[in-house]
Design a protein around this ligand. Sequence first.
Ligand code: FMN
Length: 215
Amino acid sequence: MTTANSDAIIPKPRHSLEASVTEAAGAVRAIYRRRAVRVYGNKPVSREDVELLVDAAIHAPSAVNCQPWAFVVVQQREVLARYAKEGKQLLLNEPPVVEVVESALPDMDRLREMTSSPDFELFHGAPALVVIYATSAEGVPDCFLAAQNLMLAAWSLGLGTCPIGLARPLFNRADVKEELGVSPEWTCALPIAVGWPDGEAAPTSRHPAKIVAWR
Ligand SMILES: Cc1cc2nc3c(=O)[nH]c(=O)nc-3n(C[C@H](O)[C@H](O)[C@H](O)COP(=O)(O)O)c2cc1C
């Protein structure tokens, strides 16, 4: 192997994250640039784009390649509006569900204030929702990998996404599963709002990585 070829494959030292992200290949750029989008325009998401996102999702790795996922797409405005309303009501009515969320989210006061506001819309007005169901009890982690694939692929197309964990109780309700033709055995892993962003999502920050052992 020549020196020139070796140079091409050996990563250069990274002095600035921002600079390295700008130079990075598409996948890395998508990882760093994707944001949870909570403001959407009215433009619908085409069937072709939804199919592309679902196809990206199913290319995620899964344990022993069991591919334990199934998808529901909701695009009808009146159905989205009804689910948004019912899902919000569930959140407000059923404290145990909120307690589960509470253990995972640090800023509960902000969350409570947000969800109880009359302006709060569970899906942030997105014109499409893709709900990922785990088709086996152990399949939820695989579905999260599929979800991330979907969100990164969406970013690459210029589409915005927002995971809507708060809508999980609704999509795990027996009557909603029945209405959607979803098996009672399946578990809603993650609903994801999808749409064309209206403006730029605010930047977010990350705590420094906790590498607790490196032996
Ligand atoms: C499992 C999961 C559930 C989430 N549920 C919601 C939700 O119900 N509503 C919402 O607006 N954002 C939700 N989010 C988005 C997070 O709030 C968001 O990813 C986080 O604040 C970091 O922002 P960023 O994705 O723009 O970097 C969820 C994210 C994950 C991973």
